[in-house]
Design a protein around this ligand. Sequence first.
Ligand code: ATP
Length: 343
Amino acid sequence: MIELKNITKIFRQKDREIIALSDVSLKVEPGKIYGVIGTSGAGKSTLIRCVNLLEKPTSGDVIVDGKNLTVLSGSQLARERRQIGMIFQHFNLLSSRTVSENVAFALELDHVPKVKIKARVSELLKLVGLEEKANDYPANLSGGQKQRVAIARTLANNPKVLLCDEATSALDPGTTRAILNLLKDINQRLNITILLITHEMAVVKSICDFVAVISEGKLIEQGTVSDIFVNPKTELAKEFINTSLHVEIPDFYMRRLKSADPGNLSPLLKLHLTGATANGPVLSQAARLFDVDTKIISAQMDHAGEKNFGVILTELSGNRGNYPNVIEFFINNQIKVEILGYV
Ligand SMILES: Nc1ncnc2c1ncn2[C@@H]1O[C@H](COP(=O)(O)OP(=O)(O)OP(=O)(O)O)[C@@H](O)[C@H]1O
């Protein structure tokens, strides 16, 4: 449904060139949700804006629904753009128009008869759960409600593709979940293909089928979300996965935590399990092999396919002489081990 072929985008300034995208290729199959993740300045916005040619690539082809947008005339491009909806981090609503009037905007431009507009607007507001706000102005809405209006507005033209430019970055975690659920619902009910950009792996994990990692304008890794989570190849992908797994040291542990062991304390370990990690019951194996106990303090485990991945905070006790052997055993099982301190 969306294909980017060898896209390069160079911004030319007076005395220098900025290569925002370098030979980027990706393919989003119809009906799928594809996430592009990267840090600030990596080229995410430029990439998503190239899909509807808000940003014209310096070279390469943008093919949406079988048509190469880069070779179309202005009027042909305008027609094809109606197939491509877009929502933004800061919603971009018209503040002088009510919720209904915002949603109706594109239909008015298309000279759709008033009766039809009314019916379509109320259908869309129902879809996004905002019927009771129809006559409110954007200033009186929460961030999540504003994004729902933006989604309703962009769906008015029945687009085949929805581009989401950091659509949940300005929202709190609960509202983020609700908007992501809405996007997933829209994707499934209306079979709309979604391309989103984000800097949060949690967003990718919750709704995407595929993900690409972008760094300094290049796609350095792409695949199904479960493949990337289970077997991340680049350091950056690993970092993003780690930031999506939260384990915290409880306060009462934090207060007791010492940086060195005077000889009678227990190490507090943070174990990072990835797809490379043998999928065995490593904690109980370590306990049996080395006569130690492993108390789980906090953990966040997830699975993709048949593999587990996640983070575990565990306190060792028991046969003190074997602590180094336990750590070596974990490392030999491809578990990254951090000693956070001693309790
Ligand atoms: N109009 C422009 N003119 C010149 N340089 C630009 C322009 N737009 C973007 N850039 C540069 O291109 C690079 C990629 O920017 P882009 O906004 O695509 O990154 P991003 O990953 O979306 O970052 P962020 O998450 O901070 O929005 C950056 O170095 C940026 O400074």
